[in-house]
Design a protein around this ligand. Structure first.
Ligand SMILES: O=C(O)CCC(=O)C(=O)O
Length: 222
């Protein structure tokens, strides 16, 4: 992988993943954003598989530890699901209904293998559904036991304004629009970077018939 400095905030890399040829990549405060990494057919397949996940493990609105429902609705696939309520953020091995989480579909595991080829198999695929008007505040992904492995984040549907800060709270932040098919990798020095989604722009993709945005984050948990 070669990195090229194309001016402030414009570090670019030219990465070859899984023999599929170079993927244009922007590096934003250490987060590698692979533009248009998933072709339309793959995006359609992943959405179909996410639908099956949501049928087995319906979306719900987790409560923050302060008792406020999150605007983004969530569910998970894999051995563990990310969960939050008044007891705090954590991973749990069951959906709130009491059922185990469904397995992570192959179409999604393939994205992990392509962008995190050296990492163990992910144990959680968190599914975030952003309806119009929803957002996710700046936060770190730090509920995992080990930060050696990246978080691989897949965007599907409407564009989202993705904000990245620092590995400590506060300071300067920068944002970029994520589009359907983009894959962001938070790894290395950016594994614990604060990040969030300011807003979703309605009507910018026709992938999801009812609009909105799906984000999938794949993580090694234990
Ligand atoms: O929706 C996104 O692009 C980011 C999701 C996220 O930050 C998370 O699930 O921790």
């Amino acid at each position: 992988m070669t990195l090229q400095d194309k001016g402030p905030g414009k570090l670019e890399c030219d990465a070859h993943f899984g023999g599929l040829g170079p993927v244009p990549c922007q590096v934003l405060r250490g987060v590698h954003i692979h533009r248009h990494a998933l072709d339309p057919a793959t995006q359609t397949q992943v959405v179909e598989d996410v639908r099956a996940i949501a049928q087995a493990a319906p979306l719900y609105s987790p409560l923050t530890p302060w008792g406020k429902p999150m605007s983004v609705r969530m569910t998970s696939a894999g051995q563990f699901g990310w969960y939050s309520d008044r007891r705090g953020y954590r991973y749990v091995d069951r959906h709130p209904s009491g059922s185990p989480w469904p397995a992570i579909p192959l179409s999604i595991l393939n994205v992990w293998t392509r962008f995190a080829p050296d990492a163990p198999v992910p144990e959680c695929c968190l599914v975030n559904y952003y309806a119009e008007g929803t957002r996710m505040g700046l936060h770190q992904d730090k509920d995992e036991a080990c930060f050696d492995w990246p978080v691989v984040s897949i965007s599907l549907g409407d564009d989202a304004l993705f904000r990245v800060g620092n590995v400590t709270k506060g300071g300067k932040t920068e944002s970029t629009w994520l589009q359907s098919g983009d894959v962001a990798v938070l790894g290395g020095d950016a594994r614990l970077a604060y990040h969030g989604v300011d807003r979703v722009k309605p009507g910018t993709s026709d992938l999801l018939p009812k609009g909105g945005r799906i984000n999938l984050t794949l993580r090694v948990v234990t």
